[in-house]
Ligand binder design. Structure first.
Ligand code: NAD
Length: 524
């Protein structure tokens, strides 16, 4: 690992005036603020207003007013905003990455990758939304004289609660299909990472999104969450499984829908015939990309007994050679964890594992010399289900190696978890890899990749099973979930019931033979 003393110049775009402008749109009538810090140094960047319940109620009222007009705007005009926004987002990717980096501490390579997510989502739904939102004639129960049409209507105001690990992607990308469908949005980002989504909203408004349609409220989750959920018509939540349960319970009580994108304890299975140099490279990204703070990242690696030592040696060497440090350029392979609190949580998982008999193959310690929340890329061996990191999500740069004797055993071990978000399978034979993938209980499985192929495939729904979530983002359902269906049924001529003079027996006879005909001729 490269050690570099902390010599940092904040990105030129991140000026005090710019930050003040960004946070000015967050309502905070009580005057309470939260100190939003630069992760690499711990210096306060800006005082973020904290929204009181009255502020949240007002945000919903303004959003609701704007939504009525927006829903009445033709889909084509709504989509034109996102065409312009796509260009603006790509043109301003570097400035967005600056904000993502200062507020999250991730390395620049991950920050710039994150900026690409909203434009990718926009591109996909720009091609798909008009068709998805168009009325669909389904045909009525009686041919010729009845019709039934599926009409999509926006839910109203969608509440989005976003985490800190991909603040721009989760804050903006999940709003895009909701807005395209004619909804307004009230976003609650994490306090730590409110800057990049605030900038994203500014870019959307520059592209022509009507003012008032996209509101932001800030505060600690338990303070803001209840009022937000109680006023929302639908909730899109990304975060931990524990918080997801709280959100889901409240949404259920209010009888509104919700999508919950939650945590994982994602396995990687390497088959004997895999290209090990590729698999090691994949594992480095899977375990340490975004400093191990990707919901779909890898925390458990299962290796064939016969090639365990070979993989271990190469993987430990590659992890030990990673360039870990604070920098606003593309140099470092890995940046900081998001906060000192989170670093302590990650450390507690490693300490617990070591106390219970696990071996640290590399890393294992905080690195205050690199910055307040840095933690070394850490590889463990001998992790068991009695250890915190054996069963619960660590969400840091910590990964455990395990041996398996048979493929059946590898599948059983991979599935032995309450989570089911992502899995990664490596084989020289794609057919064998896909066969193995079909046996893994997970919302996403990547063959010969870690996560990017599944996540970047915006046409396919992506979500978790088991305790990793309910519902999905991306794909048709990623937009349709923000709509209600109206079944518009038309009866052109009264044909139900006996005709004048026809007895009920005769009527029933003709109705039953009509049923048979409908099936035989497949009349819809
Ligand atoms: P978290 O659940 O603590 O917080 C997520 C968001 O919920 C934050 O904005 C937080 O302020 C808010 N919140 C917290 N308590 C709340 C409450 N009682 N009511 C309403 N809102 C509340 O999660 P985190 O630690 O910020 O994020 C990391 C977690 O997110 C990890 O578990 C990770 O796997 C998960 N995640 C999942 C996905 C996915 O797509 N499945 C994507 C990114 C992150």
């Amino acid at each position: 690992m490269t050690l570099t003393p902390l010599e940092l110049t904040r990105p030129a775009s991140v000026t005090d005036a710019f930050l003040q402008q960004l946070v000015a749109r967050v309502p905070g009538s009580s005057g309470t603020t939260w100190k939003l810090t630069e992760v690499y140094t711990g210096d306060v960047l800006v005082e973020l207003p904290q929204s009181a319940p009255e502020d949240i109620e007002r945000a919903f009222a303004v959003a609701r007013e704007a939504q009525r007009k927006w829903a009445a705007t033709p889909v084509k005009e709504r989509l034109a905003v996102f065409k312009r926004a796509h260009t603006l987002f790509v043109d301003h990717a570097r400035a967005v990455a600056d904000l993502i980096q200062v507020e999250s501490g991730k390395n620049r390579r991950m920050a710039i990758e994150e900026t690409c997510d909203p434009p990718m989502v926009m591109s996909h739904y720009l091609k798909r939304a008009a068709r998805l939102l168009a009325p669909v004639k389904r045909g009525g129960p009686v041919p010729l004289v009845t019709t039934s049409t599926e009409v999509r209507q926006p839910k109203g105001v969608v509440g989005i609660i976003a985490p800190w690990n991909f603040p721009f992607a989760t804050g903006i990308s999940d709003a895009v299909p909701a807005l395209m469908a004619g909804n307004a949005v009230v976003l609650k980002p994490d306090n730590k990472t409110a800057l990049s989504p605030l900038y994203g909203i500014r870019l959307l408004e520059e592209a022509g999104l009507p003012e008032g349609l996209f509101q932001v409220v800030c505060g600690e989750g338990p303070d803001v969450g209840p009022t937000l959920i109680d006023h929302a018509d639908y909730v899109m939540f990304t975060g931990s499984t524990a918080t997801g349960r709280v959100i889901g319970e409240r949404a259920g009580r209010n009888l509104i829908g919700c999508c919950l994108e939650l945590g994982g304890k994602n396995p990687m299975i390497v088959l004997e015939d895999a290209d090990f140099s590729e698999a090691v490279r994949g594992a480095i990204f899977g375990a340490f990309g975004n400093t191990g703070q990707i919901c779909m990242h890898i925390e458990r690696i299962y290796l064939p007994e016969s090639r365990y030592e070979e993989f271990k040696k190469a993987f430990v060497a590659a992890a030990s050679a990673l360039d870990v440090r604070a920098a606003y350029d593309f140099g470092p392979d890995m940046g900081s964890l998001v906060s000192v609190d989170h670093m302590r949580r990650v450390k507690s998982h490693v300490d617990d594992a070591v106390a219970k008999g696990a071996t640290v193959l590399c890393g294992g310690k905080p690195r205050p010399d690199l910055g307040p929340a840095f933690f070394e890329p850490t590889i463990l061996e001998g992790v068991t289900a009695e250890m915190l990191c054996g069963v619960t999500e660590t969400f840091g740069p910590v990964v455990a190696l395990h041996k398996y004797r048979t493929v059946d055993e590898a599948v059983a071990l991979a599935n032995d978890t309450d989570y089911g978000l992502n899995a990664s399978v490596w084989s020289g034979d794609v057919v064998a890899g896909c066969a193995l993938a079909s046996r893994i209980e997970s919302g996403n499985v990547n063959v010969n990749d870690i996560l990017a192929t599944a996540y970047a495939a915006k046409g396919t729904p992506s979500g978790g099973v088991k305790n990793s979530g309910v519902g999905a983002r991306h794909g048709d359902q990623g937009l349709l979930k923000y709509t209600d269906v109206k079944n518009l049924a038309v009866l052109k001529k009264q044909v139900m019931g006996p005709r004048p003079g026809q007895g009920y027996e005769k009527y029933v006879e003709s109705m039953l033979s009509g049923l048979k005909m409908l099936r035989r001729f497949r009349i819809r």
